[in-house]
Design a protein around this ligand. Structure first.
Ligand code: PEP
Length: 250
């Protein structure tokens, strides 16, 4: 019933030429993956056009890693949701912990970005997750609940239908330290229960991805859990064969 999804967040990696090659390799290898598994790649803004070309005719969908919190105008250096959508993207990652941490993104900013994403037919991949000290002080459930209540609870039921959530414990991102499959399942089930408070049975249709040092060697165990519907993959998405091996891990 729920979509199984593997999404690659390339972050600020690859030149445009390398990105186009990576996209071509992912598109080619995607033929080996199950029809039940959706694939998404999120290259840097500068690569959206050429990656969009490279993915044409394949099952791999295109995402941006961020969008502006304003529709258009005098916002030097920003890239709007409309621009992203016009290049063929269907998704946008919002609320990644690196954006929250290094660029000061708050729930207020994210609500504006969410609205603009939906207005331009981009489905958000909304990231939530606690920092190490928050888990160690057992505040992880409260932190994730607040990230959901402040942003996801502001959506209409129709908007919620399009949403993908990624649970990414900050202490596991790019550290090589993965949450155990049981830790992931515990949080994913909790997230679904929080979503159900607002959206009822629709919460059962929402794909919740795990992110944080997910790789071919641990994806199978993570994806076997009942509430883990796939992964948001950073480092391992930069190697086409690893990304596809993860997509074959359901
Ligand atoms: C991410 O940043 O979304 C991520 C999951 O990164 P990594 O897989 O490299 O931990």
């Amino acid at each position: 019933m729920r979509k199984q999804i593997v999404a690659g967040n390339w972050k600020m990696n690859t030149t445009p030429a390398e990105g186009a090659e990576l996209a071509k390799a992912v598109a080619e290898l995607s033929k080996e993956t199950s029809a039940n598994v959706s694939l998404i790649v999120a290259p840097p803004f500068t690569h959206l056009c050429s990656v969009s070309e490279a993915l044409k005719g394949s099952k791999v969908a295109l995402s941006a890693q961020n969008c502006a919190d304003q529709a258009k105008g005098a916002y030097t250096g920003e890239v709007s949701a409309q621009m992203i959508a016009s290049l063929g993207a269907s998704y946008v990652i919002l609320g990644h912990s690196e954006r929250r941490e290094y660029y000061g993104e708050t729930s207020e900013t994210l609500n504006k970005k969410m609205a603009l994403a939906y207005a331009n037919n981009l489905a958000p991949i909304y990231c939530v997750g606690e920092k190490l000290e928050e888990r160690e002080s057992e505040k992880h459930f409260d932190v994730v609940r607040a990230q959901i209540e402040e942003v996801v609870f502001q959506l209409t039921p129709e908007q919620f239908d399009q949403l993908i959530i990624a649970y990414e414990p900050v202490w596991a991102i790019g550290t090589g330290k993965t949450a155990t499959a049981d830790q992931a399942q515990e949080m994913h089930a909790y997230i679904r229960s929080v979503l159900a408070e607002k959206f009822g049975d629709k919460a059962n249709n929402c794909s919740i991805l795990y992110g944080g040092s997910c790789k071919p060697s641990n994806a199978k165990e993570l994806f076997a859990k009942a509430d883990v519907d796939g992964g948001l993959i950073g480092g391992a998405s930069l190697v086409a064969s690893d990304f596809i091996a993860i997509a074959k891990s359901f």
